[in-house]
Design a protein around this ligand. Structure first.
Ligand SMILES: [Zn+2]
Length: 215
């Protein structure tokens, strides 16, 4: 199935309206029936900057809570559970190694008590990062989209949302967060220097604020 930009935009708009009306539903296990509060997608979506911010804040809050419970820990580690996305095991591992090589203020690690999860399946919205606003975040990887586009780029892009980066669809292929903007021929899975700096900044400053709220 091939998603059109119009369908994607409409889906995003519907979600944005739901969020504006204050309808908050818990994230469900089935992506088809979930009504996430905010979504940042691989292709065009509305309200994606706000959605990304909400998602990153949820992850940051989860990390801050764990750090408050274990104040001796020095590294800011964000843990994930990839068990529900077995098809994308190698892409997820690549994404982790790309991000851990690109930034130093935050570290991704597979582990228990996960701050976010990866899921896979078929969804007309394509791939996206989502949160219900209560610290439950997940990355959904859509089968069809990951065949049409470079799968490592899609996975690393969605993980960029976890780290706080918004979409920049009109940007060049050298930007990771331009996502599907440059088209399926773009296979770059590395964040550029501006994207790296932004993540470093967000995790240096933002985590301190999130930790202050938790205390
Ligand atoms: Zn995106």
């Amino acid at each position: 199935m091939r998603m059109t930009r119009t369908a994607s935009a409409l889906a995003g708009l519907g979600l944005a309206v739901a969020a504006a009306l204050g309808s908050v539903a818990p994230a469900s296990a089935a992506a088809e029936t979930s009504t996430p509060r905010s979504v940042a997608a691989y292709e065009a979506s509305t309200e994606n900057a706000a959605a990304t911010r909400a998602f990153q804040e949820a992850v940051m809050k989860a990390v801050a809570e764990k750090r408050a419970a274990n104040p001796g820990a020095l590294a800011v580690t964000v843990t994930y559970d990839a068990s529900a996305a077995p098809t994308f095991r190698s892409q997820i591992a690549s994404s982790t190694s790309i991000w851990n090589g690109a930034v130093s203020n935050v570290r991704l690690q597979e582990g228990s008590n996960a701050d976010f999860t990866y899921r896979e399946g078929n969804d007309p919205r394509g791939s996206y990062a989502s949160t219900d606003g209560h610290g439950r975040g997940y990355i959904f990887l859509d089968y069809a989209q990951n065949q049409q586009y470079n799968s490592t780029r899609v996975t690393t892009h969605e993980t960029g949302h976890v780290l706080g980066l918004p979409d920049t669809y009109s940007g060049p292929c050298s930007q990771l967060m331009s996502g599907g903007g440059p088209g399926p021929s773009c296979t770059n899975a590395q964040p550029d220097s501006a994207e790296r700096s932004r993540v470093e900044q967000l995790w240096a400053n933002g985590l301190a604020e999130a930790a202050a709220e938790v205390r």
